[in-house]
Write a protein that binds this ligand. Structure first.
Ligand code: SF4
Ligand code: FES
Length: 252
């Protein structure tokens, strides 16, 4: 596109967790359609820095859709409107030339805003610390085929393991529920034989940590799965519920 694309950006600015925030307007032009959304914010920040202004704070790391660090509400949608895409993999060709784009941080009680577009996602770490692991003996290599895993279960577990912990499911949910994230961890670990010894204790610990962190509960809106950049399905929430009921009865 000759001369590049032009956008009006309305970006959430907030000095720190204790300050009030507001939308700040910036015009940006000369953007190649192949620029990623984060690269466009980089260009804006270069200009703000040269002007002696505070650059916009936003989270990012891999920029390859694998670390889960990035995450923005773009025009009210978690990671933007493109399905199965993280913000770092979203390109400006998906927007209209001259469009006004509203950029905000995740909004959830359990994810407080730290600065501008960065939220504190330690609540997810606390859930994982409560039981998002398997206790296995490490050291010597596992005998080949010593633990056989049926192909269908291995595939389901692998699908669930593709969750990158970005938090878009929470941001998209009207209840700010973390059940897609927790359901993915339960499926990932519980479907494998290695996860069996801690099966009941794990689900009870994860749900307790999820509740204590202030996340809401699922009421089947489905916004989580629609926003998930890794296409994690709601069947993992069903498994989480089944596992929770089973463990509650067995460990009662
Ligand atoms: S389930 Fe999807 S949206 Fe939620 S944290 Fe995992 S990858 Fe992100
Ligand atoms: S920066 Fe790693 S997933 Fe986007």
């Amino acid at each position: 596109m000759k001369g590049g694309m032009r956008f009006t950006l309305k970006i959430w600015r907030q000095k720190d967790a204790g300050s009030e925030g507001r939308l700040e307007t910036h015009e940006i032009s000369g953007i190649s359609p192949d620029t990623s959304f984060l690269e466009m914010l980089d260009l804006l920040n270069e200009r703000l820095t040269l002007e002696g202004k505070d650059p916009v704070a936003f989270d990012h790391d891999c920029r390859e859709g694998i670390c889960g660090t990035c995450g923005l509400m773009i025009n009210g949608k978690a990671h933007g409107a493109e399905p199965g895409t993280t913000v770092c993999q979203l390109h400006m060709r998906h927007f209209k030339d001259g469009e006004t784009i509203v950029v905000e941080p995740w909004r959830a009680k359990a994810f407080p805003v730290m600065k501008d577009l960065i939220v504190d996602r330690c609540a997810f770490d606390k859930i994982l610390q409560a039981g998002g692991y398997v206790s296995v003996r490490t050291g010597s290599a596992q005998e080949a085929n010593a633990i056989r895993v049926p192909k269908d279960k291995a595939d389901l577990s692998f699908d669930a393991a593709s969750c990158i912990g970005c938090g878009a499911c929470v941001a998209a949910c009207p209840n700010a529920a973390a059940m897609l994230f927790v359901g993915a961890k339960i499926s990932h670990l519980t479907l494998l034989p290695q996860g069996e010894p801690e099966r009941e204790a794990r689900v009870l610990a994860l749900v307790k940590a999820m509740d204590e962190a202030g996340f809401g509960n699922c009421t089947n809106h489905g916004e989580c799965a629609a926003a998930c950049p890794k296409n994690i399905s709601m069947e993992h929430i069903s498994r989480l519920n089944r596992e929770f009921i089973r463990a509650s009865i067995l460990l009662h």
